[in-house]
Design a protein around this ligand. Structure first.
Ligand SMILES: Cc1cc2nc3c(=O)[nH]c(=O)nc-3n(C[C@H](O)[C@H](O)[C@H](O)COP(=O)(O)OP(=O)(O)OC[C@H]3O[C@@H](n4cnc5c(N)ncnc54)[C@H](O)[C@@H]3O)c2cc1C
Length: 272
């Protein structure tokens, strides 16, 4: 058989989209947890939020109800399923996680109750794979514990941002600090008062090869140079208090140690 040919057995394995037998108990546990804990908590959460005047905040009792469900999920071992190979995760294959994610998607508070919500999941994966011990201690640890939320800022107004090579927001090294200027929009989760860290895609090296011009830098929030201009609306909904925010960066200074992986390696991180 030529090297490029795939054996019948491997092909059958690749075509087999059934959940593995080992993942079934966890899947059933997640479903019953949503029914018994998350659904009643959601009802209370929404009732407590009725009539709230500031949509970008939480009403008294809302976060407490959510935290109670999170504590219960932790106690039952239903926590951080998404990290595929890390010690911190459940070690699930993507296929098995897909079945669980489909259940989590049925209640808007289910993912957060089990610390599996975007954009934290992707951000935790990035920090887990490329973060320094100090970055992990400061940001990954509280994210894995569900103590803070995060955002990922890549998309920019007026340029096709689906290609990371286009990202143009400037970051310049001045002494020991990166100085960031520009705008991002559609930044999910940046409206949440619990959002404390934003992984920000910037252009640091305009003269390098096209896939080596961008970097990803950690911007702690709130930050004096970071202004939330307002929410983007999705089908007319600002999705408060999570939000998909339009953000201005004005001379945002962060220590040079906030660089992830290295200057010019932002595109590479996105391919991991
Ligand atoms: C609800 C919501 C939440 C979001 N959250 C975030 C977030 O948290 N962080 C963040 O950074 N962004 C976020 N976004 C933005 C989203 O990721 C971008 O909209 C997406 O990456 C596409 O980029 P764009 O809008 O610039 O479209 P474009 O890149 O302009 O693409 C538009 C269309 O053109 C096509 N296209 C682009 N370039 C080419 C080409 N060279 N040749 C042929 N076709 C091409 C694309 O495939 C697409 O169909 C969010 C968006 C929404 C709606």
């Amino acid at each position: 058989m030529a090297d490029t040919e795939v054996s019948m057995d491997t092909q059958n394995e690749l075509n087999d989209l059934r959940m593995s037998d080992g993942a079934v108990p966890l899947y059933e546990h997640v479903k019953s947890f949503i029914k018994d804990v998350v659904n009643p908590m959601s009802e209370e959460f929404h009732r407590l939020g009725e009539g709230k005047t500031d949509i970008w905040s939480y009403a008294p009792g809302q976060l407490e109800a959510l935290e109670k469900a999170k504590d219960e999920a932790k106690k039952q071992g239903l926590w951080n399923f998404f990290l595929p190979d890390a010690e911190t995760g459940e070690g699930l294959k993507n296929l098995d996680y897909a079945y669980i994610a489909a259940e989590l998607g049925k209640n808007p508070l289910a993912s957060e109750s089990m610390n599996c919500s975007a954009p934290d999941t992707g951000n935790m994966e990035v920090l887990e794979r490329v973060g320094t011990p100090e970055q992990k201690e400061r940001w990954l640890k509280p994210l894995l514990e569900g103590k803070i939320r995060s955002a990922f800022a890549m998309t920019e107004p007026a340029l096709p941002s689906s290609d990371a090579k286009n990202v143009s927001m400037s970051a310049v090294l001045e002494g020991d600090e990166w100085v960031i200027n520009g705008e991002k929009f559609y930044i999910s989760g940046a409206g949440d008062p619990r959002c404390k860290i934003m992984i920000t895609m910037v252009k640091t090296s305009p003269d390098a090869a096209p896939n080596k011009q961008q970097s990803q830098i950690l911007v702690p929030l709130p930050h004096p140079g970071v202004t939330i201009l307002g929410p983007m609306h999705v089908f007319g909904d600002p999705d408060a208090p999570h939000g998909h925010m339009h953000i201005r960066f004005e001379n945002v200074r962060v220590p040079k140690e906030n660089m992830l992986l290295g200057e010019g390696r932002g595109f590479e991180i996105s391919q991991l």
